[in-house]
Design a protein. Sequence first.
Length: 276
Amino acid sequence: MNYRHAFHAGNFADCAKHALVVALLRGLLAKDKPFAVLDTHAGTGGYDLSAPEPQRTGEWRDGIGRVAASDDPVLADYLAQVRAEGFPGRYPGSPALIHRLLRPGDRLMLCELHPEDAATLKARFRGDPQVAVHRRDAWEALTALTPFPERRGLVLIDPPFEQDGEFERLAASLAVLRHRFRAAVVAAWYPVKHRAPVRAFHAALREAEVADCLACELTLREPTDPTRLNGCGLLVANAPFGFELEARRILDALLARLSRGEDGEAATVTRVTVER
């Protein structure tokens, strides 16, 4: 309840997550059938980079502030959406990026538990028939709002990782979700501070037989300090055709802009569990 994403908007982890989410949506858009998206930790939908919170941390300067200068065509789609939402003055959250790419028959469901952020989110999308905003617990929403009537779509899970047990909760939720809604593309963000929790998370997915999982990770330094965000990952289950190769290209392009030559820098896409 205390987490406010405004302090971290546009940082390197946002760039990785959002560039990959745009690629996932393009995969869904390749078919004519309507789809729905559930964003479980939606935030406010967009952030003023001149506001006190992002100015206090300055994280966006070493994130989107550097990535926006890229002329790599693999990042062009993501950067076009970011600029269309007001960058350099503003940085979009995932609700804004997703909403931009919806077609008339598609739907977006947004969950946010923080009362002020939920109110801001509701005001942003008030009167939009394609968007439903819920002030509710994200983990409860995963079962309450799935499967979608459209029978296809994206579930984006982006926990703040403020509390102990978040990796375990995420693994358990992925197991349930993949069982009840196998057709969904599922994307779950996670921090890479040090390797042990991430290894345990991936092992839990294998133990639960959560099929067809890719780990898309970007690390900017050796992940040995558990007090720092040294990298991040997006666990993607049931990825659209061609996404694995596209994810590799996206992460390589991001690392080219974000690199400071530190030990442990890496952009990787690895298969955590096999297809079934």
